[in-house]
Design a protein around this ligand. Structure first.
Ligand SMILES: [Zn+2]
Length: 77
């Protein structure tokens, strides 16, 4: 039982390190979340926590809207 608990702690630590220290994959001013269909300013906290496989690059708000994405409620891109 103790071993399982230790494994969970290790797994959480690794996940947290990856999730919280990840800059966006793309160099564009806006980053979309393909899973939620929302887009963010590049420096939004949500972008740092976003899984790489869900990231979509946008060069403008128009481009994001055209792709059917909605603006984030926090960073208000
Ligand atoms: Zn945002």
């Amino acid at each position: 039982m103790k071993k399982i608990f230790a494994l969970i702690i290790i797994a959480l630590t690794l996940t947290t390190a990856v999730v919280f220290a990840a800059p966006p994959l793309f160099d564009t001013p806006y980053i979309g979340n393909a899973y939620r269909k929302t887009f963010h300013k590049r420096d939004c906290e949500s972008v740092l926590q976003m899984n790489y496989k869900n990231q979509v690059p946008f060069n403008s708000r128009e481009e994001a809207f055209a792709a059917g994405y909605s603006p984030c409620g926090n960073c208000k891109p």
